[in-house]
Design a protein around this ligand. Sequence first.
Ligand code: TYD
Length: 220
Amino acid sequence: MALFLTFEGLDGSGKSTHLRRAAEWLRAQGERVETTREPGGTPLGDSIRQVFLDPKWGEIDGRVEALMVFASRRQHLLERIEPALAAGSHVFCDRFTDSSLAYQGHGRSLGADWILKLDQLATGGRRPDKTLLFDLPPDIAQGRGQKKDRSKGPPDRLDVEGLAFYTRVRGAFLHLAEQDSERFVVVDSSGEATATWAQVEGILRELFPTPESGGRSVGP
Ligand code: TYD
């Protein structure tokens, strides 16, 4: 059965890099994998993403932020995620509803109930089969993010948030993981990339066992 996996964590947690490596790893086992991200993943979603991240809007009301990411998410589910799964391809998605619970629900202090109501309307409460949460202290994540941003261009609208915001977001992610320990696996991403990859590869081997319980490593 095709699995829907999401990769969550703070900006600078290494989730996007490990998502790409995880997809390569699974493709090397002969499986089909689609990689995608939120907000985005469709032409409409990518346009919403541009608006969402554009620093020129400054602070946007938290509910407006949530409405934007769920608009992108509904289109993404209908146009891309569900069709890919139905066609037998695994889907690895960089962020999903847990990000809205963490960033808008707690970062922007909207509360989980408001997000969960919107989630029911937009997705019917759709949840991934498995979620890898890349966890690390927010000050380390911010340091890594800033290094990346200098090479990538100016910071986006959420990059400029302070440590207090990211501390709330991290706490919310960890709380979600505690509440749903069947779906979540917490990956300690505070160390070297090789140490993080070793954890991810272990999770992949459990989720996608091969006949020799092996498979070729394509890690760093
Ligand atoms: P991401 O692609 O991880 O950003 P980056 O390219 O900087 O690594 O995510 C984009 C931003 O959108 C990130 O700061 C988190 C935010 N976001 C929300 O606030 N709510 C959401 O529901 C989603 C999916 C993302």
